[in-house]
Ligand binder design. Structure first.
Ligand code: ASN
Ligand code: ZN
Length: 326
């Protein structure tokens, strides 16, 4: 196989350039061999089509041998490759890769340029599987309202950030450490999307998560899964909820600390905020860290980056106003 330039049609109808492979038989696959900051590992970005298999049928390896990379007879990926979500997953994974590299100086999900695997078009046995997740070695995507979850850079960035967290802080996916894990994924997923789409931080829509999964039928703010501007599904009284489902409510409690992190991104230069949050997660958290540990971590990271007194005060206010106080 050799690296080639292809084109793809996204679910929204737009056309994008894709890094692909040309295979020996003349076909093309969604395998991007053009990246990896330190080309030691020969890492790739590989996008596979599960052809409606269920997740339980995907046992073995990062991706089992009978699940193949999305392919096309020509260097144009449209039709089934659009509908499966493969084109969107492939372009969004490369956007996340570039964001990690250019803004944060990180080489991919594992930080070592290792291969990034995404599997799209997973079903739930005849029905759509309306979710996406990081399973410890790959991203897995289904469809919601008929729309592949890979269309949203916030969703793709969220899932890939779970991989980054697993390879660094290792936050346990339960109770406060789990909610913090979720918040860090929400933060970077939305940071990547606002930067990519040029959404201003003072636009209330900047905080919406998963708002592009609506099929155009519902207003964005009604369709969004969560809102880091303390809107939809936010835990607005900032009281930690004890829930016996969802790993202790990780997707509700997350907005307490995620809302504080988003306030920081609104108050500071956004690139600086990203570096602070990233540094906090990389250097100052451990697997059982909770919300006040994150306050300490962000403060320490900001100090080590020598931010201004005004920025430090804004960081303090962001945590104070979400009830994360020492
Ligand atoms: N989409 C969800 C998430 O990444 C899946 C899950 O519940 N882990 O948070
Ligand atoms: Zn998550």
């Amino acid at each position: 196989a050799s690296p080639a330039e292809g084109t793809g049609v996204r679910v929204d109808g737009s056309e994008v350039e894709l890094d692909v492979n040309e295979e020996a038989d003349g076909s093309y696959t969604l395998v991007d061999s053009a990246r990896a900051m330190y080309p030691v590992t020969g890492g790739q970005i590989r996008t596979y089509d599960a052809q409606r298999k269920t997740y339980l049928d995907l046992a073995g390896g990062p991706v089992p041998e009978d699940v193949l990379p999305s392919s096309s007879a020509s260097d144009r990926f449209d039709g089934a490759n659009t509908a499966s979500g493969a084109v969107d997953a492939h372009i969004n994974a490369s956007k996340v890769y570039e964001y990690l590299r250019n803004r944060l100086g990180r080489d991919g999900v594992d930080g070592r340029g290792g291969t990034i695997h995404s599997v799209v078009n997973v079903s739930s046995g005849g029905k759509d599987y309306a979710n996406a997740f990081w399973d410890g070695s790959k991203m897995v995507y289904g469809h919601m309202n008929g729309v592949p979850l890979s269309v949203g850079l916030d969703v793709v960035g969220h899932e890939m950030t779970h991989g980054v967290t697993e390879h660094s802080a290792g936050l346990v996916y339960l109770n406060q450490s789990g909610a913090l894990n979720e918040a860090i994924s929400d933060y970077f997923g939305n940071a990547m999307e606002t930067a990519d789409k040029g959404i201003a931080m003072d636009d209330p829509a900047s905080g919406l998560i998963g708002e592009y999964l609506c099929n155009g039928t519902v207003p964005l703010e009604e369709c969004a899964l969560r809102d880091l501007n303390d809107g939809r599904n936010a835990q607005r009284d900032y009281e930690l909820m004890t829930l016996d489902f969802d790993n202790g409510g990780v997707h509700r409690n997350s907005t307490i600390v995620g809302g504080a992190l988003w306030d920081i991104r609104e108050s500071l230069d956004s690139e600086l905020a990203d570096r602070i949050v990233y540094r906090a997660a990389q250097n100052y958290l451990t697997p059982l860290s909770g919300f006040t540990d994150m306050r300490d971590a962000v403060t320490l990271a900001a100090r080590s980056l020598r931010v201004s007194g005004a920025d430090l005060a804004a960081i303090g206010r962001a945590f104070d106003s979400h009830g994360i106080v020492k």
